[in-house]
Design a protein around this ligand. Structure first.
Ligand code: HEM
Length: 511
């Protein structure tokens, strides 16, 4: 207890000194900031959930660059694409670090590229991912992404109530196939359970880099009854889940390699390279597992959540669903399903996907960056070591760019007079040297799933016992991936033609 008291006192003294320095410093001013408590700063102002909307409102009041601090730790919130591009892309050598993520470290995600500081190990893992997730390489995954999209549709038709589980299975199957070569063929596949557990853990671990423990790391050593320790205890309790997701595929692929049965995959080729006699192509095990781990944590839940957002939009907007179906029928016809090669000829379907990504995001506040040196931007001082939040949500709600931004309206991207010619969102996958390396994979997974669904099913509101439609609420649950609050919807084949087409296709794929 004495140690805890000492840690608390040191933190408070540090905060006090930093605060004194801040109020007595000269030079360009800090960015605008809401009122703060003397030492605690904005600790009592920043909400534990729905930070995206809180930051957005701050942006409307104080401008697109806002300064906050907690116990002397500076935080800069960016609410416009311009500011994010200017800092995170054009000055990327200063803005590509990450803050510490004590919660994710406690969970066992260390050393995983997503949470690594900017440096050698980050570059090693990032390069490894780049090799497998670059634009050209991703074309070779289209076939299994298409297959998984069709399995998804079949599953949804059979059991619409199982939607969240099937979306998780869809997203997981793609990442697992890429990482370990394993093809998920049944719902009781051990990978599904593992990914589900990890997804639950990641989604319930609070806003990344912005829980009480992130601001006051000493709290992680306090007993569980102490206020602000919830997420640290949650992380500790779920460590085994994260370990298993790293160890299980590694051991499985190692065994398959020994037996000569391994399928081509990220793990298979990296583990094989370890046998390279001059070590030219090999990496350390911890980096191989770190990169694999980054694909699980980065790829599964975000993709599933983006699909949930699409479903929510479709339940609420049957008119756009019908318009996309009309386009599909006209361009593709009714005797085959859309393929990724059809993408360029289905412009309205593209608008639906892009509007789903703009309307709500799976990662609304992205993953925080950190500045390495003092900087001045538009006459404002940005202190070294600032946590930089690129508030993607704020950018997609920017009224200067999007008219009536809270409204789901895929027509907005169409040229006038049908729309406003607004631009597709460019913020979904983050910025600069930390931009999501899985963006090409994710983009293709989402497109083929959306296209396969709209070609074959109708998504509708469910009815209550009195036959009245139930309209789902538009409410989100925050975590590293943000999800719509669970909602029900009815998913039915559009007609007999769609039903028989789907049946044929899945049969021939699994033969
Ligand atoms: C719709 C799906 C996805 C969304 C919305 C998404 C979004 C993001 C965002 C916003 C970031 C933070 C970027 C930044 O710091 O500026 C990120 C990072 C990352 N994403 Fe994704 N992502 C998705 C899918 C994927 C997939 C499929 C993979 C891999 C298979 C992946 C792997 C990663 C990794 C490894 C990082 C960390 C990069 C780093 O720290 O350098 N993501 N993603």
């Amino acid at each position: 207890m004495a140690l805890l008291y000492l840690a608390g006192s040191i933190a408070c003294t540090y905060a006090f000194v930093t605060w004194l320095r801040k109020i007595s410093r000269r030079g360009p001013p800090l960015p605008p900031s809401p009122p703060a408590d003397p030492i605690l700063g904005h600790a009592r102002v920043i909400p534990p959930t729905d930070q995206d909307m809180f930051f957005y409102e701050l942006g409307k009041q104080y401008g697109d660059v806002v300064y906050l601090h907690v116990l002397g730790k500076p935080m800069i919130v960016l609410n416009s694409v311009q500011a994010a591009v200017d800092l995170l892309e054009k000055r990327s050598s200063n803005y590509s670090d990450r803050p510490d993520f004590p919660i994710f470290e406690l969970m066992g995600w260390d050393p995983t590229v997503t949470f690594l500081h900017y440096g050698k190990q980050f570059h090693t893992q990032r390069k490894l991912l780049q090799q497998y997730l670059n634009k050209n390489e991703c074309v070779s995954y289209h076939q299994f992404q298409t297959r998984e999209a069709r399995v998804l549709v079949q599953n949804l038709i059979t059991n619409p109530e199982g939607r969240d589980g099937f979306l998780a299975r869809f997203a997981t199957a793609i990442v697992i196939r890429l990482v370990s070569g394993h093809q998920i063929v049944s719902d009781d596949d051990p990978y599904i359970q593992m990914a589900e557990n990890v997804g639950y853990t990641a989604s319930n671990s609070g806003p990344p880099g912005a829980t009480a423990v992130d601001f006051f790391p000493f709290l992680q050593r306090f007993p569980s009854w102490f206020p602000g320790t919830f997420y640290a205890n949650f992380a500790r309790d779920h460590r085994a889940v994260v370990r298993q997701l790293h160890d299980y595929p590694y051991n499985a692929v190692k065994e398959q390699l020994a037996k000569g049965t391994a399928k081509p995959s990220f793990l298979a080729s990296q583990l094989e390279a370890l046998n390279d006699p001059d070590g030219k192509f090999s990496h350390k095990i911890e980096d191989i597992l770190g990169a694999a781990g980054a694909m699980y944590i980065g790829g599964a839940d975000t993709t599933a959540s983006s699909m949930s957002i699409f479903f929510l939009a479709m339940v609420l907007h049957p008119e756009y669903q019908a318009k996309a179906q009309e386009e599909i029928d006209k361009v593709i016809g009714r005797d085959r399903l859309p393929e990724l090669s059809d993408r360029g000829s289905l412009p309205f379907l593209e608008c639906i996907l892009q509007e789903s990504l703009r309307w709500y995001q799976a990662a609304p506040t992205g993953v925080p960056h950190r500045s390495l040196e003092d900087d001045i931007y538009n006459g404002m001082f940005i202190p070294k070591g600032s946590t930089i939040i690129a508030n993607i949500r704020g950018m997609t709600l920017d009224e200067q760019v999007y008219a009536e931004p809270l409204r789901f309206n895929p027509n907005r991207f169409l040229p006038q007079p049908e729309g406003n010619g607004e631009s597709f969102p460019i913020t979904t996958f983050g910025f600069g040297r930390r931009v999501c390396p899985g963006r090409y994979l994710a983009d293709a997974s989402l497109w083929i799933a959306v296209a396969s669904l709209l070609a074959t099913v109708t998504i509708k509101k469910v009815l209550d016992i009195d036959g009245r439609e139930i309209t789902p609420e538009v409410v989100f649950i925050s975590g590293i991936a943000s999800h719509p609050k669970p909602f029900r919807c009815d998913i039915r084949p559009r007609d007999k033609t769609a039903q028989s087409l789907l049946a044929q296709i899945v049969m021939s794929d699994t033969e």
